[in-house]
Every structure is written in structure tokens, then in C-alpha cells.
Write a protein of this length. Structure first.
Length: 68
């Protein structure tokens, strides 16, 4: 049970929570959102594993795969 709880907390932390230290500066010629300077991102986004912040509902609906 402890392993499952630890994996759940890891998933929540890495996929659903943005972190100020990981934000990306949007200033520059490619900035398509005037008035917005920073893009917030999760650790999974910073690692290139996903392109969006997941909701808890999306995480609950996702079927995990096992590494063999």
C-alpha cells in the first residue's frame, strides 16, 4: 500500500503541480501572448515527458503501463 501511495504522490507532484523555479521566460520575438511573461510548467514538462499541466481527473482516468 505504501508503494502505491508513494507512486500516486510522485504522479501528482510531477504532472499536476507547476513550480515557479521551472517557469520559462516568454519574452522575445516568438511570444504570442502579449502581457504574459512566464510559462508555468511541471517537472514532467521540464523533462519533456508531457506538453501540458494535467488535472487530477485526467491522471485518475489514465491507465498506467508497466515497464517490462
Amino acid at each position: 500500500m505504501h508503494r502505491a501511495a508513494a507512486k500516486w504522490e510522485d504522479a501528482i507532484y510531477n504532472l499536476t503541480r507547476t513550480h515557479k523555479s521551472l517557469r520559462v521566460d516568454l519574452t522575445g520575438p516568438l511570444n504570442g501572448q502579449p502581457g504574459r511573461r512566464w510559462k508555468r510548467q511541471t517537472p514532467a514538462m521540464a523533462a519533456g515527458l508531457t506538453e501540458k499541466v494535467w488535472s487530477t481527473e485526467e491522471l485518475l482516468r489514465t491507465v498506467p503501463t508497466t515497464n517490462t
